[in-house]
Design a protein around this ligand. Structure first.
Ligand code: MG
Length: 359
């Protein structure tokens, strides 16, 4: 997480990187990007992005540098919004919606991989808790067990939640394309509404093979960077649903460009959300601005209307960091309309988890 403070005393928060260690991102911000921000006018986050990208192009087109730029960019938009007294969504295109249908991410494997009976019992009761909590959509993990056993898990969850609840699966790129197609047959039988990261992100041909073979929308992109990475995915006809992560893909500035690109390929953008309450706030500002894709007068979540990921694993940096936490209302989450990201960070909570910088 990064806090940017202006000479006028305004401050904004950003977050960068979701999967790897924080130290490289932190070092990149501290030693490379931050010195280039000193003296900049705060009112031009998109121009700052292009300058930082041009500066780091020869060594940082992907990975840590783009994650660091994501954090800085989100913080600059937060400040810019506060400066103008407007939520970021207003500044990057305007609101198409003020509430977003949320999907629960849950039904992880936990322990006892080898005890399929116990696994299935626990899975059924967990899945029921999401339906009882008011979620209309659930995303579960697949890919860590033999295909036959994972197919049983999907069947158990479908039975537990009934036919009306939207069911999504995420393989975290666990399959070869042939394996993904094999389990995809079971997913089709159980009415699964998207298949996320079926194969490794760099296997563009594999994505296309899976997408050609199955009738389920293919989602991916959570570890892809910049408009250029997504252009490659779109040209490769890899995706039905693009999932840029605001804290990975290049922040809000680059996200807007990815979203425009996705629309021009007929792809619905549904940002991936992980990490802290800052990541969630940034994603909600972005999602508020996505037009129904394709446009209809009565958009349907998942079909042409974006939804938001609401992971249900315990996470104090998501659940306690914000002074007003996000809550589920009628299966949806409200987009903050206060200036900037629209959230207030508890620095006392952050201090409990922050690691002192060793320099
Ligand atoms: Mg995922």
């Amino acid at each position: 997480m990064v806090k940017v403070t202006t000479a006028d005393g305004l401050s904004g928060w950003g977050e960068g990187g979701q999967y790897g260690p924080p130290e490289p991102v932190s070092a990149c911000i501290r030693h490379v990007l931050a010195p280039r921000l000193i003296g900049r006018d705060i009112g031009h986050p998109g121009a700052v992005w292009e300058d930082l990208y041009a500066f780091s192009r020869d060594f940082g087109q992907n990975g840590t540098y783009i994650e660091a730029m994501s954090a800085v960019d989100i913080a600059l938009w937060d400040i810019f919004g506060k400066m103008l007294g407007q939520p970021i969504a207003t500044l990057i295109g305007g609101f198409h919606r003020e509430t977003v249908k949320a999907y629960a991410t849950g039904c992880y494997y936990g322990e006892d991989y080898d005890n399929q009976t116990l696994l299935l019992q626990r899975l059924a009761s967990e899945a029921e808790t999401y339906a009882d909590a008011g979620f209309d959509i659930l995303k579960m993990k697949i890919g860590l067990l033999p295909i036959k056993k994972d197919a049983e898990r999907i069947a158990v969850v479908r039975k537990a939640v009934g036919d009306d609840l939207g069911l999504l699966v995420d393989a975290n790129h666990a399959y070869s394309s042939s394996g993904a197609i094999r389990i995809g047959r079971a997913l089709e039988q159980h009415g699964v509404q998207w298949f996320e990261e079926p194969v490794v992100p760099e296997d563009r041909d594999g994505y296309r093979r899976v997408r050609d073979a199955l009738d389920i929308p293919i989602a991916g992109g959570e570890c892809e960077f910049t408009r250029f990475g997504f252009l490659d995915l779109f040209r490769g006809e890899c995706l039905d649903i693009a999932q840029p992560d605001l804290c990975v893909c290049g922040g809000l500035s680059e996200w807007s460009r990815i979203q425009s690109l996705a629309m021009s390929f007929g792809v619905l953008t549904i940002p991936h959300v992980w990490g802290s309450g800052i990541a969630m706030a940034a994603a909600l500002q972005a999602i508020a601005t996505i037009p129904p894709t394709p446009f209809t007068i009565n958009p349907v979540p998942l079909q042409n209307e974006p939804v938001v990921e609401f992971d249900r694993k315990p996470n104090p940096l998501r659940d306690d960091l914000l002074e007003h936490n996000f809550v589920l209302e009628n299966g949806s989450v409200r987009v903050p309309t206060a200036p900037g990201l629209g959230v207030t960070i508890s620095e006392a909570v952050l201090a409990q988890y922050a690691k002192p910088e060793a320099n």
